[in-house]
Design a protein around this ligand. Sequence first.
Ligand code: BDP
Length: 586
Amino acid sequence: MLYPQQNISRNKFDLSGIWDFKIDPDRMGERNGWHTGLDGARPIAVPGSWNEQYEDIYNYLGLAWYVKSTYVPQYWQGQRVFLRVGSACYFSTIYVNGIKMGSHEGGHLPFVFEVTDHLCWKTENTIAISVENDLMPTRVPSGNMSSPLMPQSCFPRTTYDFFPFAGIHRPVVLYSVPPVYIEDITVITGINGLDGTVKVRVQLNSADTIQGSVHIKGDEVTFTAKLMFKDGLAEAHLIVHNANFWSDKTPYLYDLTVQTEQDQYTLKVGVRTVKVQGGQIFLNDKPIHLNGYGRHEDFYASGKGLNQPLMVKDYQLMRWTGANSYRTSHYPYSEEEMQLADREGFLIINEIPAVSLQFDNDENIAIRLRTCLQQVDELITRDKNHASVVMWCIANEPLIAQPGLGVSVSSNVFSVAKGKEFLGTLMQRVRTLDPTRLVTFVALMGSPSSWVEQCDVICMNRYWGWYILGGELNKALISLEQELDSAWETWHKPIMITEFGADTMAGMHGHPNAMWTEEYQAEFVRGYLTVAARKDFIAGMQVWNFADFASIQSIMRVGGMNMKGIFTRGRTPKMAAHVLREFWIK
Ligand code: BDP
């Protein structure tokens, strides 16, 4: 799952651009040979959601086909060639020259198929990718089922509050590696006084007994160790003397290069540690506050497609408000985002797409758990070497069946017990795969203690002054403060408010302020940050949301938009942005 790279032993060819595209509502494509070419296709940009590229398919979520033809350079012959999709939402199947390579479920993580034996070296190759994003109760996240959080009549029928954009969202890349290649690298860093410790584990695709080396290069120094492979595995322990440690203020990155007889791979590595103690999170043994946002991958025309100018601009705007962190709400973001976060010094809470999980019946729960475990595995494999990632988040606002809302007490007891087991299984998996980072889930108000107590950091989303006590900010802030104090008394763990915010129509004003005005949002944000500043156990505050974003249509969402952005969807600051600057720019 290493990110494809171009170097002296590897080749990489990005197939981003305009592809042929056709929707297939009757699912006749494969029978009619669409995997070998499309008649009557229209052009579409990859990466990019299809929804905002053509108005008539804005709400289309069924099957669709993408086709592109390409030569593969003859000098790649003798190497192994792979086709890699950065992400496609939600279920995709890949064909090369008419032959099915395989399928992948899950909308936000990369997948790879080896295509070496199916390539033509003298003619063009046809690559076809079918993608569909049907909303289903058994998928993660789920759709086409009711949710206590969403209005019954919302459209499309998601269980979550963002638009279910569909399509190929990240680059499609052909890459080649030598016959004996580096399959995986795991880097774990530590601190010993002024020195950094770097443990490197390298896995090859073959069990050959060969030798290699690993080099860590900083500005003026290089540290080297030997690798002796046995059964395809080798480990090295390096000491980086007088290390430059990675942090949000000094995001220093070393080049770590693994060299084998045939192959080479370079990673950017930040030497840093993260832990919790008492009510605080520590980065490199110093307490740190995570100030920032919950965000979405969302923009005009590109939808959830990788949009690199936007990415750069968003980092600049987040920094302008003094933020040093964000959560990848509510799904893994692109690899390009993670690389930029390493480079720019952002602290990331990295989330799988388990938003609004429900614990309804054994059959559905088992299917969703399988999918979530797969997503945990894929995400950690993909992002384990990023210095920026400090915490894994295995769910956002899992729901209990609440007695009184047409739900029996027994189904409430059932969902609390099942939820505990489900979340516990995911956290256990994370801790096994990566004992070096923190793990959490983001809790809705009223989440059972048996769920919350399993977290390293208590993360909660709170809307006192919006969904509860709307318009009554003074009362809301009193409730907030009481709740925070009692949460600390209960858990004695660091607490983060991972969401707090108020929908705001940019340009709407009021005096005295009222809900939806810029003044109300500004006072709301000021109130929350003032309360938080009084509490030593608050380890971070993340506003919901960085920018207005596309959601479903409902009586709660004007124009189908969630307007809780500190910036508009077009990235104009609202008044509250200046309040954040007052608090966060020190
Ligand atoms: C929270 C959800 C988030 C929503 C937000 C809201 O985690 O996805 O967008 O509420 O209502 O419950 O704005």
